[in-house]
Write a new protein. Sequence first.
Length: 103
Amino acid sequence: MADSTPSFVLKATYNSPTNEPFVVSNALAAPASAESTKDRTTYLGALRKATAEMQDQINKELTMRMEQDKAREAEGNGGVAAKKGIDEEKEEDNYGEEIVEED
């Protein structure tokens, strides 16, 4: 007999015109009782764990795609970044940060 326990699916989908898409999902059993604090706490703990696991998976996938983009860019530009003296590690460490350079 099939389990009739209701469940929820936590799902993230990535689509890009230049990279392979991916889907990450995690099924969670619904709390047995919305009235029970213990059941809700258990469900929220499982949700937090599933979210952290998904975040790790997503970060790995996006890092892989970022590396693919860098490789394509280097091939397409004939290594222009290296020729211009751009420090790729410094660029990645400071991604999204405003850098003020002093003279």
